[in-house]
Design a protein around this ligand. Structure first.
Ligand code: SF4
Length: 236
């Protein structure tokens, strides 16, 4: 896309700080059901489900965890069976050897360092084997204390299209979003982008004509009157 066109599009919609409130408000109205699709009934089940969700679909994980959680109820249960048995039980989620190793390492640390409980702080969660920042952010947010903003493929794509970041690196995107999105929305915001990304702002063919934020989006493919009047000299 030509640089002048991008610049003009950003100028048309106005600065991101002026748009973010409206974007959150409208997406929340459009997707009131936006929430995590992984099923769990406890912090431990949540942690396991999120760890298993790497490189596979939430539907697939839910299918596997339905039986898994009936068999493995406490951290000790994951260590009480031979590694091969745990590998078989999570086989359908893919990368089962690595995931089983991470699960066993995580369960050991939970028992030895956290009294068998799942910690709430991202700084502690990322110490668990196989738990990266994204997983830690998801778990902390779902436990009611979002300490960062989850950046997955949908969040990255929509943040870029909506002109909320110019970065490609998830860590830098998260930093931009943290500066922009009100703290109280850090948990819900990624879900809003994820669901909008799945339903409307599709990767290959965004449905801009039916998009609720098309007047706030510099990447919009439809010609609409912007909801925010550009202010001279404001940076998008
Ligand atoms: S206007 Fe188009 S590109 Fe922008 S968020 Fe909506 S669907 Fe995506």
């Amino acid at each position: 896309m030509a640089r002048s066109y991008v610049h003009e599009a950003r100028r048309r919609v106005g600065p991101r700080r002026a748009r973010i409130g409206l974007i959150v408000e409208r997406l929340a109205r459009e997707h009131p059901d936006a929430r995590i699709a992984l099923r769990s009934r406890s912090p431990l089940e949540l942690l396991v489900a999120v760890m298993l969700s790497a490189q596979t679909t939430d539907v697939n994980v839910n299918r596997v965890t339905e039986r898994l959680f009936a068999k493995y109820r406490r951290p000790e249960d994951y260590l009480a069976v031979p590694p091969e048995e745990l590998q078989r039980d999570i086989f359908a989620t893919g990368f089962y050897r690595q995931k089983a190793k991470s699960l066993r390492g995580t369960m050991s640390m939970l028992i030895e360092e956290f009294g068998g409980e799942v910690p709430r702080r991202v700084a502690e969660l990322v110490r668990l084997p196989g738990v990266a920042r994204k997983t830690a952010n998801v778990v902390a947010a779902e436990l009611g204390d979002a300490q960062g903003i989850v950046v997955d493929t949908h969040v990255r794509r929509l943040s870029q299209r909506l002109g909320l970041t110019r970065h490609d690196d998830p860590v830098k995107i998260e930093r931009d979003l943290q500066r922009l999105v009100p703290r109280g929305e850090w948990g819900r915001f990624p879900h809003l982008l994820i669901w909008h990304g799945r339903r409307v702002c599709l990767a290959r063919a965004p449905r801009c004509t039916v998009c609720i934020v098309n007047d706030l989006c510099p990447a919009s493919r439809v010609d609409v009157t912007p909801a925010i009047r550009p202010t001279s000299g404001a940076s998008a």
